[in-house]
Design a protein around this ligand. Structure first.
Ligand SMILES: [Zn+2]
Length: 158
């Protein structure tokens, strides 16, 4: 018998950002399973972590989806990128830490840039990878960007 998990999000760790929480619900729907958030808000920098991490600002989550490997989750979101919902002015980073990651283990990280971050001139998504091969440990690469909406008015741009 095939087991099907309805889309849902389980928070093992709290995530403060409500925009990111909405996006996590969309991830559950798009990938089709239960999203488990195993790291969210942080007040510390873990092994291999960034000192400017969005986790420290309450705007990031590390997740798993039932029945899918982290690579499958990332590839699914990448394939669905144009159809993913991005509310006006919200821009998200989706980052696959591969099997050779400098972080603790292979996982998918999602974060939301601050509204006035220079990377948030337009709503949308940036897909990044790190540690997919021994040569790319600690080397971050953007593999796709999708812009949504009209972007900021110029007087809001920093
Ligand atoms: Zn993370």
């Amino acid at each position: 018998m095939i087991k099907f998990d309805p889309p849902s999000v389980t928070y093992k760790k709290p995530v403060s950002d409500t925009w990111l929480k909405r996006f996590l619900a969309a991830v559950a729907s798009v990938v089709g399973g239960n999203v488990t958030v195993h790291s969210g808000d942080r007040d510390f920098v873990p092994q291999g972590g960034s000192r400017t991490s969005q986790h420290l600002l309450g705007r990031a989550a590390d997740l798993k989806v039932s029945g899918h490997t982290p690579k499958q989750v990332f590839d699914c979101l990448l394939a669905a990128a144009e159809g993913l919902p991005a509310p006006m002015l919200a821009r998200y980073q989706i980052l696959y830490h591969g099997t050779h990651t400098c972080t603790e283990a292979e996982h998918v990280h999602v974060g939301r840039y601050a509204f006035l971050d220079k990377r948030s001139k337009r709503a949308g998504f940036d897909f990044w990878i790190e540690g997919t091969t021994p040569e790319t440990t600690k080397k971050y690469k953007c593999v796709k960007s999708v812009d949504k909406g009209e972007g900021f008015a110029s007087d809001l741009t920093i």
